[in-house]
Structures are given as C-alpha cells and as structure tokens.
Design a protein around this ligand. Structure first.
Ligand code: GLA
Length: 386
C-alpha cells in the first residue's frame, strides 16, 4: 500500500520534465549491522535494507541519449549512449550502469530518467548502490530484458569498480536486491550464498545516527586500505599456499605469521580476520537469542575498525562513545566505509525515546553538530513500484 503514493509522486515529478508514461523502480539504502570491510576479501557481512530508498523512473526515447534529472540535485545530465565517459559527477553512476549493461550485450534504447532519493548522499548508507540498482532495473525494463538478482548486484558493483573507480565489494548492491523485511542478510561474499536471519524488532531496535560528516576522503582511503589488505593477503599466501583470500586465514594462522607482515599491513589483515569471526559468532549468538553477546561483538567491531583498519574518524568515535553510556544500548559501531557517515546502534525498544534524545544532545554538545537519528526496521529489497 505504501508504494502507491510514491509511484504517483515520482510519476508527477517525471512528467513535469519529460513526456511519456514511466515505469519506476525503487532500491533501498542499507545499514551494515556487522561485518565491515570484509566483502572484498571473500568474507562475511550482515547488512539490512533500510526504509530510505532511491527511485528511478524511466521512459524510452527514440535516440541513443539518456537524459537524467536528479530531483535531489535539481540538475539535468545528458549522457550519449555511444560516448559514455566518467565526469566525476553524480551521473557517473547512471552512465556506469548503462555502460556495463551494454558491455553485457544488452543494447539500450535512449531514455528519459528521473531520480528521487531520501538516502543521504555520502552518509554511509550506500546511496550509490541504491542508485545503481534502481537505474539498472529501469534500463532493463526499457530494453525488455531481465537479469537475476545475483547478476543485477554484480552489474551494479561492476559499474562502481570499472566506471566510477571505487573498488567496492558486493555487499551494498547485493543487499539492495535481496533484502527481506524483518531480517538481516548473512552473505558469504565468496560463494554469494546467503541466509536471511530474523532480527526481532520487539527485542532490539536498530537506530542509525548520522554524524552529518561526509566521507569525502572515502574513495581514495577505501582503495588504499584495500591495497594494503591485498598486499597482506599475498604475503600470507606465500606462507600458506592453500589461502585464496583472507577469509581462509584463521586467527591462529595469522598469529603464527604476524611477525612477517609489516605495519600497517598487519593491522589491516588482523581487522579483516577478526571481523569475519565476529560475524559468525554474532549470527550464532543472534540465533540463540543472546543479544548482549551480539552487541558486544558490534562494540569490538568498532574498536577494530578504529584502531586496526583505521577508517573511523573523530565524529564517529564521539557518536559511538555517546551511545555506549546510555541505558538499553546493546552495541554501537560505525557502519559502512567510514570517515564519516553513520553509526548503527542496537537498543532495547523501551529505551529508544531516551536514547534518541540523549544521543543527539551528547553529540551536539561535543561537536556542535545536530545529528539525524533514524529508527529503522529491516526492509525489503528493490522492486518495481506501481
Ligand atoms: C562500502 C563498500 C562495501 C563495503 C563497505 C565496508 O560501503 O561499498 O562494498 O566494503 O564499504 O564494509
């Protein structure tokens, strides 16, 4: 029922700019509950889709031009399908998706496209994957083609890796496609096997706190961490020939080889190896209803991201610290790529109103910034809205 006003709204925004009857596709942002900076190393992640989402509405054109209007940016971009190139612009994600679809042999018609999003940009909730997945679905519908969920997620990632130049893993696009209401998605980033694990809302609320600091350093630092981690993987492969990715290295193996890894490579690898274990332990705890244990693992994840992977920042640390002292807080950590963006907090439902007020007050006192505090439940993945 909820998608009806959204469809009417996006259609009227579309028709204020373009002729024709569009079809509209909505893809959610995500918040990762645990398993951060593991997806590039064949590891485990446990994200959910959030209620914030990006909608792409599109209708075909007769030429080979994509005209895309961003309601958020209040800007029109014109992308010629026969000369798509990166321009360091928001429309690169759209162009990248079109380029990758064509590279897959799916010939696209020109299109008028309208994008509306309430996923904060640069807020660590993966506005980029939401944009990639929603536009990919819109383009596919115009080309009268379909891709299965895994292929769709892979295509979005490829657009980001090969066109935008951000060497992200598969987590964001995968959860944007496959998420289910009320559940977290445990993904094995090697096999792409996944399990939907219930996150009982009556026992813990998921509260997302936006530091309001944008991760502008994000892409370059992200790629740099990845390069360090892959260099460490190569050193470990030389010691343990059976290793294909860090996911194959146990903590015992790591410890035995640690003296042969220079810093900061050692720290980077330690984060990934311990984080994978935290995900698996966390899922066991969750299934046994031991939410305190799960929360402790979230806390440990933040510590590891802060000191070993070094992707936190002052504001994220302040937000996490502020949460930890509050009643009913099971766990708090930064979420997403880092260097700004959001924290994710697991809070006993009865304490949520106090948490909301107090965290905003504490964070504002320490930084002068007013955070957005958002209570979310796990939501469904991408679909057409009618
Ligand atoms: C970004 C990337 C993901 C993942 C996270 C960190 O969101 O897009 O693939 O690596 O950072 O967990």
């Amino acid at each position: 029922m909820k998608s009806r006003p959204a469809a009417v709204e996006i259609t009227s925004i579309f028709q204020a700019r373009f002729p024709g009857e569009p079809r509209a596709f909505r893809a959610p942002g995500r918040v990762n509950i645990i398993g951060e900076h593991t997806d590039n190393y064949d590891g485990y992640v446990f994200p959910i889709a959030v209620s914030m989402a990006t909608t792409a509405a599109a209708a075909p054109r007769r030429d080979r031009t994509i005209r895309v209007w961003s309601e958020n940016m209040q800007e029109l971009a014109t992308l010629p399908l026969d000369r798509l190139e990166r321009r360091e612009h928001w429309s690169d994600y759209v162009a990248g998706v079109a380029a990758m679809l064509e590279a897959e042999g799916i010939r696209l018609p020109g299109a008028d496209v309208c994008i509306v999003s309430d996923v904060p940009i640069g807020g660590g909730l993966s506005s980029s994957a939401a944009l990639e997945v929603s536009t990919a679905m819109a383009f596919l519908s115009l080309a009268d083609h379909s891709l299965d969920g895994v292929a769709l997620a892979k295509l979005g990632r490829r657009a980001e890796n090969e066109f935008v130049g951000m060497n992200c893993g598969i987590m964001d696009q995968f959860v944007a496609v496959h998420a289910e209401r009320g559940k977290g998605l445990l993904l094995d980033c090697r096999t792409l096997d996944y399990e939907l694990v219930p996150l009982p809302a009556e026992e813990a609320a998921i509260v997302v706190c936006n530091t309001m600091v944008k991760h502008e350093l994000g892409a370059s630092e992200y790629n740099a961490r990845r390069a360090d981690t892959l260099a460490g993987t190569d050193l470990l492969k030389a010691i343990y020939p059976e290793v294909r990715a860090l996911r194959d290295v146990s903590y015992e193996m790591f410890e035995a080889a640690a003296s042969q890894l220079p810093e900061p490579i050692r720290q980077r690898c330690r984060h990934v190896i311990t984080e994978n274990q935290r995900v698996l332990n966390g899922i066991t705890a969750l299934k046994e209803g031991r939410l305190e244990v799960f929360g402790d693992l979230m806390n440990a994840s933040h510590e590891s991201l802060r000191s070993d992977y070094e992707v936190s920042c002052e504001e994220l640390d302040i937000m996490v610290e502020a949460a930890r002292g509050l009643p009913g807080v099971l766990g708090a950590r930064m979420t997403g790529g880092g260097f700004g963006g959001c924290t994710v907090n697991l809070v006993r439902p009865g304490q949520v109103p106090v948490f909301q007020e107090e965290i905003a007050r504490r964070y504002h006192k320490a930084t002068g910034l007013k955070p957005d505090v958002h209570i979310t439940e796990p939501m469904d993945g991408a679909r057409e809205i009618t």
